[in-house]
Design a protein around this ligand. Structure first.
Ligand SMILES: *Cc1c(COP(=O)(O)O)cnc(C)c1O
Length: 464
């Protein structure tokens, strides 16, 4: 076969893609008929496709390209590290400079008392590590029956067997099953499920489900609770203010471990280094990936508090690890990404400039006739599409129909915004400027208007 390049005609690339490439989370037969949109370049918040369109990436890739595309420093670091030491493992009493430096840097950035890192290749892998780590921790403490992990419906923790089982998505459990010993409680999604309660009443009620579940299972059987500070893939569900303080109280009271899955909320997304800081959460373990390297290399890990790390290190080997745990090239690139985030004050930019600017414009979307709540924290936000704001009604059409059609209008207007059911979600690169936010919002309004007109014309603007 000839070399496949950016210069090939789009149709030819699409045909090869359809013939050979199985896409994740995709109905491949349907995509084959339609043809994938092929991305060829990126710079800042902008993507270029094979037809030369300039697309504003409202999703930072998959929530990961925090510093934006096209930062050549990361490639320079990767080349230098490959030339110096392309690979070595950290299993057998060896280490290397990038893993040491990255672990030390993460310990410095993490909340006090979280001075240890176990590396993985992705967020899913890191959550698999967490399952085994919390169970092994209780083993060592002489309570081997403490094995159950409580998680939440509609949470997302990856799509390996472990990550997919921690996640509360039925669609994932339906494909391949779910591990035993993981149970789910309700999510703090007031818009969809809060009924007549105020958001704070509902947040409290959902948090108290954790206590009820611990008592039902017996605290002697419960190892940990895991949650995303803000559910990302579940639709950017920003919890009511009452939620996390009550969860924290319950976790403290019963002495179970708290895992904050910071894969999206870490590294500036909410205006602090970690979402746990934004929401006042004190986790024992934080899952990290995505923004850790801004997606320039695949890397993830678990940031572990001193007490858990001490226990884990005190009683024989922890029989767990990945060939690529702390991969030197990925670690070096992550370290350079952290340098850029810190030296260019990108987190401050989110907190003081881009977050407030986008947040105000985003909130104004609730004036649109098809938009109910419009919420944002830092630079992650969502809107709920609805045929009736007052009653927070669902559409009569199958969930996701209106969301998908709205997403298609965004895509056609060169704005990447995702839909989760009938919510639209956004999480642009953290370097987005006010001028770029103006363009993004102009395209968002246009896409919503077009979608609304089409939905009405097709008789879909109807409550369930
Ligand atoms: C993306 C994500 C994961 C999984 O990370 P991968 O790198 O895709 O394995 C885990 N947790 C959360 C909160 C995520 O958003």
């Amino acid at each position: 076969m000839n070399k496949i390049t950016n210069h090939m005609p789009t149709a030819q690339l699409q045909a090869l893609d359809a013939a050979h490439h199985m896409h994740p989370f995709t109905e491949n037969a349907a995509l084959a008929r339609k043809g994938a949109r092929i991305m060829t370049g990126g710079k800042g918040v902008w993507l270029t496709d094979s037809e030369g369109h300039k697309i504003i990436d409202g999703m930072a890739g998959l929530w990961c390209v925090n510093i934006g595309y096209g930062r050549t420093e990361l490639g320079d670091v990767a080349k230098a590290q490959m030339d110096q030491l392309a690979y070595y493992n950290t299993f057998f009493q060896t280490s290397h400079v990038p893993a040491i430096a990255l672990a030390a840097k993460l310990a410095e950035l993490a909340p006090a008392g979280m001075g240890h890192v176990f590396f993985a290749g992705s967020g899913s892998e890191a959550n698999d590590t967490n399952i085994r780590m919390v169970r092994r921790y209780w083993d060592i403490k002489g309570q081997p029956e403490k094995r159950i992990i409580i998680a939440r419906h509609n949470g997302y923790h990856g799509s390996t067997m472990g990550g997919g089982s921690l996640g509360g998505m039925k669609a994932i459990h339906d494909h391949g099953g779910k591990l035993a010993g993981i149970v789910h409680i309700g999510e703090p999604n007031w818009w969809a499920q809060g009924g007549d309660m105020t958001p704070d009443e509902f947040g409290l009620a959902r948090a108290k489900e954790l206590e009820a579940k611990i008592l039902e299972l017996g605290v002697e059987n419960v190892a940990a609770f895991i949650g995303e500070p803000v559910q990302g893939a579940g639709g950017v569900i920003i919890p009511p203010g009452s939620y996390w303080p009550e969860v924290q109280r319950i976790v403290d009271k019963y002495g179970i471990l708290l895992i904050a899955d910071e894969v999206i909320t870490g590294f500036g997304r909410t205006g602090n280094w970690f979402g746990s800081t934004t929401f006042g959460i004190r986790p024992h373990i934080m899952t990290i990936a995505k923004g850790l390297s801004s997606g320039y290399q695949p890397i993830g890990g678990s940031i572990v508090c001193d007490e858990v790390a001490e226990v884990m290190g005190s009683n024989g080997d922890f029989n767990h690890g990945y060939t690529y745990s702390g991969h030197p090239v990925a670690a070096a690139v992550a370290l350079e990404n952290l340098r850029i985030l810190q030296e260019e004050k990108i987190i401050e930019h989110v907190r003081d400039v881009a977050g407030p600017y986008l947040g105000a414009k985003w909130a104004a979307l609730s004036d649109h006739p098809m938009v109910g709540e419009a919420k944002m924290v830092g630079l992650m936000g969502s809107i709920a599409l609805t045929p009736n704001k007052a009653t927070r009604a669902k559409f009569a059409s199958e969930t996701g129909t209106v969301g998908y059609r709205t997403r298609e209008r965004c895509f056609a207007n060169n704005l990447i915004m995702r839909h989760v059911g009938d919510r639209m979600i956004i999480a642009p690169p953290l370097v987005v400027t006010p001028d770029e936010i103006d363009i993004l919002m102009e395209r968002a309004w246009k896409s919503l208007d077009e979608s609304f007109a089409a939905i009405k014309a097709d008789g879909l603007f109807v409550s369930a």
